[in-house]
Ligand binder design. Sequence first.
Ligand code: TYM
Length: 333
Amino acid sequence: MTRALSGIQPTGDTHLGNYLGAVRHWVADQDVHDSYYCIVDLHALTIPRDPGQLRAKTLETAMILLAAGLDPARCTLFVQSQVPEHTELSWLLECVASMGELRRMTQFKDKTAKGGETEARVGLFTYPVLQAADILIYDADLVPVGEDQRQHLELCRDLALRFNHRYGDTFVVPEALIRPLGAKIQDLQEPARKMSKSSESPQGTLLVLDPPDVMRRKIRRAVTDPGTEVRFDPEGKPGVSNLVQILAVATGRPPAEVAASYDQYGPLKNDAAEAVVELLLPLQERYRELAGDPKRTAAILEEGAAKAQRVASATLARAKDAVGLLPRGRVVG
Ligand code: TYM
């Protein structure tokens, strides 16, 4: 069975882009691949976070993933910091990565564009190396992600290939699994930008836990494009195409067919809003049940970490041995 691994940050709130670009595929993939899903709390520390908030959001993110349909009997769901092998492998990979290739990462460039590099945390720079460790430590074949992670995945492959070349075959070289539809959901207010947890436009970010009326309002107020024609053309008509894409993914129809059934923006918006509400309501109901018993989720995460750690520690031992670190417990002399 092929193995899949993916991760999500427990920062901000989980939004429609996360759900359509990643989480719904994780749910569908559980029976197809040996699946590992990780809540990457260490990645969240690369920008300032309130400790209490981080703890609460980590548990909330786990509940959202369970509510979306991840089933601990069919996948391994865990929190990154509870498997400390990730950070140890990250160091070995940092000693294989170059400053130049990390400097080329567009997410680092974007995130330091405003404040400059001087004040940026070193962790923001080395972030993609830890991400590579998350993946390589599970011998993952596939990494289901949205479009914005493509460059990080290419770096991960480069690091795996370089490590294998230098130290002998150690890591599986993974492939990004980016589905054509839903991999790039745009901000509802600024359709030229991706929907993002760190967005400054709360009206443009539809959260999976938004009450139905809020979801409807956000979609009805979505910025559209000049003219009245509805067509699927992400370059020429980014606002309308985003709504068409959302409706297409939510209803499982091809976007061109969805676009062809509308000749005005209003009905498209109404139908997109209803489809999203219908898609997310079951998740919200299950979330409310889970939120009533946080200990249950914490226990699921503990079990997930124990299972993940068994795989991670074996890969880490292999990598340490490959680079020449002296194993403990070996009698010398
Ligand atoms: P994060 O937390 O930003 O996003 C989680 C997943 O959601 C996808 N996504 C989107 N898909 C479509 N449209 C959007 N607007 C949109 N926004 C986000 C992301 O592509 C991602 O799949 N660095 C990663 C977390 C990570 C990771 C990993 C992922 C850490 N280690 C190992 C895979 C493997 C991140 O910040 O994702």
